[in-house]
Design a binder for this molecule. Structure first.
Ligand SMILES: [Zn+2]
Length: 124
């Protein structure tokens, strides 16, 4: 896995998608799906304006981060994005200490018992 610079990501606020913005999204790739790179038939196939880097993963809500995608392709990508977001949230919760471990180390700081230097076990 390549090294990625760590930065705090939060969910970006989603702006309203007007028809003219939707057209601009389509024109950005000339109607090619940003997921599978196949051309999209705008009349026969359902397509959505996809955020290439998901908003919930800190992606920007502007044209540089958007492109058209088949609805089917976008659903698969969204499922993967949700999985990655959930993982990132779990990591962040652990990292900032927002939740104590469910399995604290025996006699660790979260344990109700402690072992003294002489080896006796006493309540903390
Ligand atoms: Zn596609």
């Amino acid at each position: 896995m390549p090294f990625l610079a760590t930065e705090d990501v939060g969910t970006t606020v989603r702006r309203k998608l007007t028809p003219s913005r939707r057209l601009a999204v389509w024109e950005r790739t000339g109607g090619r799906c940003v997921v599978c790179e196949a051309p999209i038939d705008g009349i026969r196939e359902r397509w959505i304006a996809e955020h290439i880097r998901a908003l919930e993963l800190g992606g920007a809500d502007d044209l540089s981060n958007m492109g058209p995608a088949h609805e089917i392709c976008a659903l698969a990508k969204t499922r993967d994005d949700h999985r990655r977001t959930a993982r990132a949230k779990r990591q962040k919760i652990r990292h900032i200490g927002a939740e104590a471990s469910k399995r604290p180390l025996p006699f660790g700081r979260a344990s109700p018992w402690k072992r003294t230097l002489s080896g006796r076990v006493v309540p903390r």
